[in-house]
Design a protein. Structure first.
Lengths: 306, 219
């Protein structure tokens, strides 16, 4: 039964190959736009998240803090589930780092004997990698508020201005991605439904004759749905293939001409789960589009043409 | 086989397409339905082929009450009748054989049964040699014979033909009418709508005349 239905539809695809080919091309183009949008969105998010991973918080300790208080503070910070890494920076280490950084800018300052007493001890705190970049600002704010109340803490610094701007940028970026995603999806759906409708309309006579000789509505719709699903599957597979080809070329450009950006290692193609989901959704959409179009015309056409 | 009892059909307007139609056609009868345009022939055909229902009255064909058919019953009913049109209604992208085989495929017959039955019908209508041709490559008469073959391949109890010779010359028209008479002689009830009064006279069959939605003659 399934084999016969499949053979029948392949036969139909062969008979109407010019129409089906043009449908296939347009549907593939629609799916390709959606696929590339997903790819762009995923990689931009990844790059922005990588930038966000460099965010750190410095917790400066009060003068003459007891070792026990320092240990207690460390435990408090480590106990926070949003914290990834924590590193203690002693006065000596901080001074050494300062000297290395300032050596070429202000060599005279480095000879100051009181410099060591001016530099406080601190903890450098990184956030957990599993956190979403868009949540970083909120988490850092909350964490800073908590730590400021600790007796051993003199000051908390995490580049508030930069983090705030970065957080806002991420927020708007996410919103724009969502809005564009909806617009692209609707546009693709509109084109897809029109192409399928045109394809089904052009075979109105076939539907009409089938009605006349006693085919049930389900009998008439089923082959069109199988055909729509086949076109949807072929289009989504071709769209993924074309997007992969484009992706490989972009990666090559980032590895050669744009190597200085060091972004190529952060670029990734859609995961296998997403590719499978995309192909399944494409197949389903093709079948559904055909079903809805046939549903509109498989009801009274033959009557009007009698 | 076909029974209309006090049938009225009114379209919005109101347009009274059929008025108090009483008509009985028995099994194996051959009947011509004549009348000018707008007489109600199309409304009558729509009811017999279950594409419309009457406003009031009873329409019964081959044991089916047309006004009370469910969607699935409509399809089942249409598999028991055959319909032929003036413009043939053949699928252009299928061969003569494939066009004729359609009703049997829909009925779910086995390929071997379809092969044998289509072969028989093509012999009956004289189209065995053209089985693998596409409709646009055969003549108008051959196209109409293909349409008739498709309408009778599943051995329907009733065959309705709407102006089946409207697009054909005199000789081809006679051939088609001979063919329909042969189908009728095998026990199928045949109802033919036509404008061709000369042909009706030559055939000496029962003629039902319609005018303004009324039966004005039955002889």
């Amino acid at each position: 039964m399934v084999r016969s239905l499949f053979q029948q539809r392949v036969g139909s695809l062969k008979r109407n190959w010019t129409l089906q080919f043009s449908t296939l091309v347009v549907v593939t183009a629609c799916y390709l736009v959606v696929c590339i949008s997903m790819l762009l969105s995923q990689n931009l998010r990844k790059i922005l998240t990588v930038w966000g991973e460099e965010l750190q918080m410095t917790v400066y300790l009060s003068e003459n803090t007891e070792v026990a208080d320092v240990e207690s503070l460390k435990k408090t910070i480590e106990a926070n589930p949003n914290v990834g890494k924590i590193k203690f920076i002693s006065k000596e280490k901080a001074l050494e780092d300062f000297r290395i950084q300032m050596a070429s800018y202000a060599p005279d300052v480095l000879n100051e004997k009181d410099l060591l007493s001016l530099i406080p001890e601190s903890f450098q705190v990184s956030l957990s990698e599993s956190l979403k970049a868009v949540d970083h600002l909120k988490i850092l704010d909350t964490l800073a508020g908590t730590l400021k109340n600790e007796k051993a803490v003199a000051e908390v610094s995490y580049g508030q201005d930069w983090v705030q701007k970065y957080g806002q940028f991420l927020y708007y970026f996410e919103k724009i991605c969502q809005a564009l995603g909806i617009i692209i999806f609707c546009a693709a759906l509109f084109v897809l439904s029109n192409v399928i409708r045109a394809s089904v309309q052009s075979r109105r006579q076939e539907i009409e004759v089938l009605e006349l000789i006693g085919a049930t509505p389900a009998m008439i719709r089923r082959p069109f749905m199988v055909e729509g699903a086949l076109i949807g599957l072929a289009s989504s597979v071709m769209a993924v293939g074309a997007a992969y080809f484009a992706y490989m070329n972009v990666v090559k450009i980032f590895e050669s001409e744009l190597h200085f950006l060091q972004l190529s290692q952060h670029l990734h193609f859609l995961g296998i789960e997403l590719v499978v989901f995309f192909c399944l959704a494409g197949t389903l959409l093709g079948a559904l589009g055909s079903y809805l179009c046939v549903l509109q015309i498989n009801n009274g056409w033959a009557a009007r043409s009698l | 086989m076909i029974e209309f009892s006090h049938v009225y059909k009114t379209y919005p307007g109101p347009v009274h397409a059929l008025k108090n139609i009483d008509l009985q056609i028995g099994k194996g009868d051959f009947v011509f339905l004549t009348g000018p345009s707008g007489a109600g022939k199309t409304s009558l055909f729509k009811m017999i082929s279950a594409f419309d229902t009457s406003t009031s009255g009873l329409v019964q064909v081959a044991g089916f009450d047309i006004n009370n058919l469910s969607k699935n019953k409509i399809a089942e009913y249409r598999r028991k009748i055959g319909v032929v049109f003036q413009d043939f209604r053949l699928l252009k992208d299928r061969t003569v054989f494939e066009n004729v085989a359609l009703p049997l495929q829909i009925r779910g017959d086995r390929p071997s049964v379809i092969q044998r039955r289509v072969q028989e019908v093509l012999e009956q209508v004289g189209l065995v040699q053209k089985y693998d041709q596409f409709p646009e490559f055969i003549s108008g008469g051959e196209q109409q014979r293909t349409a008739i073959a498709r309408a009778i391949v599943h051995q329907p109890g009733v065959l309705i033909a709407d102006e089946p010779t409207g697009n054909l010359d005199l000789q081809l028209s006679e051939e088609i009418m001979d063919l329909l008479e042969r189908v009728c002689s095998q026990g199928t009830t045949v109802l033919v709508a036509t404008h061709d009064h000369e042909m009706v006279k030559r055939r000496s069959k029962r003629e039902v005349q319609l005018k303004d939605g009324l039966i004005v003659g039955d002889q």
